[in-house]
Design a protein around this ligand. Structure first.
Ligand SMILES: [Mg+2]
Length: 428
């Protein structure tokens, strides 16, 4: 008899009735002694399977090797948490606090409300976060296969695929080598038609990506909109989080605050992920290490302010958030999301605070959700949100790939598993 509690993430599970091995990503005990499992098939795609006690005698574990030292539930929590915050804030992104209060009552919006024709619809923030993750994975595959890679340029290539999903064209002007930029449309994420939806995409991102003449083309604008910050959370799970996040943000946002705030965001997440220190300590460490970077002053000032406020036990309100800013620009969005995360007793409390103010609610909700989902794990996210979250399966798949692909890929032309990975994340 095999007890489901013994099945650890990444175990290869064989059901003797089908003899098909699947890899476990997540197990969860559900009602009636049943277990809900997220399993990856041999192509690497996740499937949901509900098992009962009656199934247990037929299950066998072939291998239980952990591929990651840290709990994968934190990666899943981080990505799903961000998307949930994005979806909760989406209906009120363009509303000020008095209008939100008038429509949803004194606590503001506390549940998903249909927007873009869906309950739990995500916005451009989550779309771009997913394409950033795709770029990181493709860069990882590339460096393993070829030994040479500039991850921000590969992320840039992925963001250009996102541009195509928005019905936009890439730049027709030749670059300095006389070539016109050519965007590859391979890989599985681009084929996911549910991502081909316009969800109030930021003009700065659309324009900068539409003007790129080569991969790695830095933005020729002076924008510090929050579009560079809200997409970089996946960088936290790969090496050099700060520089990868900052450099890939620089492809769309030319103002140092625009991309340095992105670097700081990913760096703080990475510190929490790797060492599990309290969020406030991670912020302090990250500030100490990065405050001397040129152009960091604005970000440092506002992040220090919210760190100090939370230390004094000052809880954010719609009014005090407004005094800090609207979150439309990078350092404000990071500060608002961070303040709400630092002062929250639960995932739910922090994310609700982060979306109820006169400002860019989906982005500040996403930032708070990424922090709180990472800290508290996926099980802390209320089911009433997870259940209706648009693209939940795609986000789960990307989270699994982040925790698995870098460990499983052993080079182009390597194992059968590597061939499958290369198909899904071609290394360019
Ligand atoms: Mg948005």
């Amino acid at each position: 008899m095999l007890y489901l509690e013994q099945i650890k993430p990444y175990a290869l599970l064989v059901d003797e009735r089908t003899a098909q091995p699947t890899r476990v990503f997540k197990t969860e005990r559900v009602r009636g002694g049943r277990a809900a499992l997220l399993l990856a098939d041999k192509e690497g795609y996740l499937r949901k399977k509900v098992l009962t006690r009656d199934d247990e005698p037929y299950l066998r574990i072939l291998e239980g090797q952990p591929h990651m030292q840290r709990d994968p539930a934190a990666v899943l929590g981080c990505l799903l948490g961000g998307a949930v915050g994005d979806a909760l804030g989406a209906p009120v992104e363009f509303m000020d606090w008095p209008a939100i209060r008038k429509e949803f009552g004194p606590r503001g919006i506390i549940d998903f409300v249909p927007t873009y024709g869906h309950l739990g619809a995500i916005t451009d923030d989550t779309q771009m976060m997913l394409f950033t993750a795709e770029g990181l994975l493709r860069a990882n595959v590339r460096s393993e296969a070829r030994g040479i890679c500039h991850p921000p340029s590969v992320i840039h290539h992925s963001l250009l695929r996102w541009l195509l999903t928005q019905g936009m064209r890439t730049c027709a002007k030749p670059n300095e080598y006389g070539n016109v930029i050519e965007v590859g449309t391979d890989g599985w994420l681009f084929q996911e038609r549910r991502l081909w939806a316009s969800r109030a995409p930021g003009r700065t991102c659309l324009n900068a990506l539409g003007e790129s003449t080569h991969f790695g083309h830095l933005a020729e604008n002076n924008s510090k909109g929050c579009g560079g910050v809200m997409r970089v959370a996946p960088c936290a799970f790969f090496t050099s989080a700060f520089s990868t996040a900052a450099e890939s943000s620089h492809m769309t946002h030319g103002h140092p605050t625009g991309y340095l705030a992105a670097g700081l965001f990913a760096d703080i997440l990475q510190r929490v992920w790797l060492t599990q220190i309290p969020l406030a300590d991670a912020v302090l460490e990250s500030l100490q290490e990065n405050e001397h970077r040129e152009g960091m002053e604005e970000t440092k000032r506002i992040i220090s302010t919210v760190l100090e406020s939370s230390r004094r036990g000052v809880i954010p309100t719609p009014e005090s958030i407004e005094a800090l800013g609207g979150g439309w620009i990078a350092e404000e969005a990071l500060a608002i999301g961070l303040w709400c995360a630092l002062t929250a007793k639960s995932f739910e409390e922090g994310v609700i605070r982060a979306v109820n103010h006169s400002g860019d609610s989906d982005s500040t909700g996403l930032i708070a959700g990424h922090f709180l989902g990472l800290i508290h794990g996926v099980n802390a996210i209320p089911n009433r949100w997870l259940e209706y979250l648009e693209l939940r399966d795609v986000i789960e798949q990307v989270a699994y790939d982040i925790t698995y692909v870098p460990y499983a890929f052993d080079g182009e032309g390597g194992s059968q598993e590597s061939t499958v990975i290369w198909d899904r994340y071609p290394g360019w």
